[in-house]
Design a protein around this ligand. Structure first.
Ligand code: S3P
Length: 179
């Protein structure tokens, strides 16, 4: 059975960009849970937070991950998907989790240009907020099957690193189904 490669990690870690590149490189399907959620509700994430609130967003996020079937795909997720225990049940059902592990400095640098679309960072002290979110989630992210440091790498190098780490994991766990 084909297994999904599920990318988890903080906002700004590169889940979507690395995920897309990885999917293209390995000819896997690319799935983005935030995109599915936006399509389902017909609104951008910022509006979903604004209108329905974070708890409703999280309900939809769980519903979206539940709707995905195991397949030869790369699944990019929203940074907070690790918060709900029931989502980890879905991760196990779907495949292998990969934590894109970025230091706070890297995240701040990347988010400085893209924080506008992140509702949780619409505060003056967004850098402190990012650090607090990272600290509160780090233990959860580290539950991933594979941890890949993504500081100081460009897109292509980050993608290669992730692929190498997954290959190693699949060899280690005897599930080698690289396509
Ligand atoms: C969130 C991360 C976002 C998006 C939402 C909440 C979070 O996705 O799901 O704004 O709680 O970290 P990205 O990680 O793709 O920015």
């Amino acid at each position: 059975m084909d297994r999904c490669w599920i990318l988890i990690g903080m906002m700004g870690a590169g889940k979507s960009s690395i995920g897309r590149a990885l999917a293209e490189h390995t000819q896997r399907t690319f799935i983005d849970t935030d995109l599915l959620l936006q399509q389902r509700l017909g609104r951008p994430i910022s509006q979903i937070f604004q209108i329905y609130g974070e708890a409703a967003f999280r309900d939809h996020e769980t519903s979206v991950i539940r709707s995905i079937e195991p397949s030869a795909s790369v699944v990019s997720t929203g940074g907070g998907i690790v918060l709900r225990e029931e989502n980890w049940v879905e991760f196990k059902r779907l495949g292998c989790t990969i934590f894109l592990d970025a230091e706070i400095e890297t995240l701040i640098q990347r988010l400085a240009v893209s924080k506008k679309k992140r509702p949780l960072l619409q505060v003056d002290d967004w850098e402190e907020r990012t650090a607090a979110i990272l600290e509160s989630r780090l233990e959860l992210y580290r539950r991933a099957d594979v941890v890949v440091p993504v500081d100081d790498v460009d897109l292509s190098c980050g993608m290669t690193r992730v692929l190498d780490a997954i290959r190693q994991y699949e060899i280690d766990t005897d599930q080698s189904q690289i396509r």
